[in-house]
Design a protein. Sequence first.
Length: 323
Amino acid sequence: MPSDATLAQLSNILVYASMTAFTVAMIAFAVSLAAGRGKVAEVVAEPALVGGGQAPAPLQMPAPLLASGRRSGNVGMSLYWLATTFLALGIAARGLSAHRLPWGNMYEFSCAAAFAVSLVFLVISLRRDVRWLGIFVVLPVLLTLGLAVTVLYSTSGPLVPELHSYWLGIHVTAAILSGGSFCVSGVVTILYLAIERIDRRVAAGLTPGRLGFLVPKVPTADRLDTLGYRIIAFMFPLWTFAVIAGAIWAESAWGRYWGWDPKETWAFITWVIYAGYLHARATIGWRGRRAAYISLLGFAAFIFNYYGVNLFVTGLHSFAGVG
């Protein structure tokens, strides 16, 4: 069945509309984060001037200073919801235009991945105030969509024969949702490393440095460490299911469950790294920087599997459809 050109064009318009809304949301989040930056730097620096190098007491920020930028943060969250809605409608229109599930090539994968990152962020926002996280999450979303529309774009069309299976909706959906969670966890982990470094500098009697203004804007290092861990622990079973579902699909398509194809191999490497991360935390109590480095290594493996294997490595999973 030929693609519906009108719906395909509508999909493109909606994706660009979502990018516009994400960009404005990013500006609003940036304004919120920067509000009161000069005053924050003065307050954060005070513990470095007293205490003889001892670990500083928790910083007590003035209420007006903590509330600065709240309105911009609210605007950013509203725009983020709007942008995510536009992107969801764009993905749906793409699927309707091609009369199939809308993740049959790298352009569609990327749009779905950006939506998954946004969805995970918004689900978390329903239970806790994460306006502080908005700017750090919207950046990878915009980068993913930017690569999708400029480098990875392909016209709406039918699936390649290998993807004609109900496992497309099971295996790929699980992988996309897992990737969105890993991305949010990776962002939180990077923030943890930044705050933990500031804490060490202050404890050593040094100034907080250029990133000191983040201290009153984001949670403590311990809370960031815990949040990153909980996201991975919650989604790791889904990634496990995605790997298993891929093996079952491989048996149906190619007559074997596992053949060490590059995509399969890097999916397994990613699984092993995250499994090692969870095991280290559960058995030997690894927390802090050591655990954070393992978490980021797992996310790096996932990103290589997503972009590197699809674009630069030839294998049975070469479905990028770029061009």
